[in-house]
Design a binder for this molecule. Structure first.
Ligand SMILES: Nc1ncnc2c1ncn2[C@@H]1O[C@H](COP(=O)(O)OP(=O)(O)OP(=O)(O)O)[C@@H](O)[C@H]1O
Ligand code: SF4
Ligand SMILES: [Mg+2]
Length: 344
């Protein structure tokens, strides 16, 4: 395999998303699926993106991977990966990065694994697509090694099997193997365990944690389950209606959460030891209609603390703690004003 450039410096983020906006232009109008999100991800870091169904988690992930399809368009902002501007790469440059420097694990393996090829063939194909010089024998050995690494016994035999001959947990392990086989610097896992039973889900999370330690991969872990985030992530971005409403280190979000939406999420947090296949919808009221989003704060129609200003103006981000803990809510602005008045 060709050597990868050793770009990563400790002080520079591996991935920098800045004010990213993505819309779908449908016959009914513009759906603002991602509406100005920003964050940085460093080598070795696992960041969770959590939020209820339709909040824009997958659209954001597909946009980073260059997989935005249909009527989806990037309407603003930038994505930098190792200093490269991903939104202005040629198709060839992007395809060289996909699966090699960055890869994605999808929620449902059966939609991504090709039923007519053995899993060995599919893994070998991924390796050879990115490293033309590798022999078939070497690529097959790499496939066996990575399957063993993700906990599949008898990998020499398993590579001859077709996806339908494997259990759900095994197929998800194959997807993880596929995501890791080229040793990417960035792995996006889009709800990789949601369809699995609790025991397998737990095993897969442990496996990802272990592999991350070995390979130093930066991971974006998308889920609707805060219990999963607590178990695996270093930091978390809470998404609502295409916005990141709160962002911070895992302990800050769990023990010092500031945004009313995050408070609602944590209060109804599903536990990992309880079977949870439903989507997160713990807070009263319906999700935002992205065709007609509210004028001010996107959470205003469901927020018990909503004030007049919330319905008129979008709240700014306020630093609400150490370690880049930020939250977008007018309550913080008022608190800051009160504090300033108190201090004269
Ligand atoms: N191809 C599309 N055309 C029009 N709208 C779309 C399209 N794909 C996604 N959207 C809209 O973008 C919004 C964000 O969708 P996305 O799939 O990112 O949500 P999500 O947070 O991943 O939800 P889930 O937890 O259900 O996977 C949704 O409201 C959805 O309706
Ligand atoms: S800005 Fe207002 S409506 Fe929005 S979360 Fe804060 S208090 Fe609630
Ligand atoms: Mg999704």
């Amino acid at each position: 395999m060709a050597e990868k450039t050793d770009y990563v410096k400790k002080d520079k983020p591996l991935l920098k998303v800045d004010n990213l906006k993505v819309s779908f232009f449908t016959p009914a109008g513009e759906v603002k699926a991602v509406n100005g999100i920003s964050y940085e991800l460093h080598e070795n870091e696992i960041m969770g993106i959590v939020g209820e169904s339709g909040s824009g988690k997958s659209v954001e992930a597909y946009t980073i991977m260059g997989l935005l399809a249909g009527s989806g368009k990037v309407c603003g902002g930038s994505i930098e990966f190792e200093g490269k501007d991903l939104l202005h790469l040629s198709r060839k440059e992007m395809s060289d990065l996909q699966g090699n420097e960055m890869s994605i694990i999808f929620q449902n393996p059966m939609t991504c694994l090709n039923p007519v090829y053995t899993i060995g063939n599919q893994l070998v194909e991924v390796v050879r697509r990115h490293d033309k010089s590798i022999s078939k024998k070497e690529a097959t050995q790499r496939a066996i090694d990575i399957l063993t690494e993700v906990g599949i016994n008898n990998a020499e035999k398993r590579i001859k099997q077709y996806p339908h001959e494997l259990s759900g947990g095994m197929r998800q392990r194959v997807m993880i193997a596929m995501g890791l086989i080229c040793n990417p610097k960035l792995l996006i896992a889009d709800e990789p365990t949601t369809a699995l039973d609790v025991t397998t889900q737990e095993q897969i999370l442990q496996l990802m944690k272990k592999l991350q330690k070995i390979h130093h991969t930066a991971i974006i872990f998308i889920t609707h389950n805060l219990g999963v985030v607590a178990e695996i992530c270093d930091s978390v971005s809470v998404m609502y209606a295409g916005h990141i409403v709160e962002q911070g280190k895992i302990e800050d979000i769990f023990y010092h959460m500031k945004h009313p939406y995050t408070e609602g999420l944590i209060a109804s947090m599903p536990r990992i030891d309880i079977v949870n296949h439903e989507r997160l919808n713990p807070i009263e009221g319906s999700p935002v209609d992205l065709l007609n989003p509210p004028k001010g704060c996107c959470f205003a129609p469901r927020c018990g603390k909503c004030m007049r200003i919330c319905q008129e103006q979008e709240p700014p981000y306020v630093k609400v703690g150490e370690n880049n803990h930020i939250s977008a809510c007018w309550l913080h602005v008022l608190e800051m004003k009160k504090e300033a008045e108190k201090n004269g």
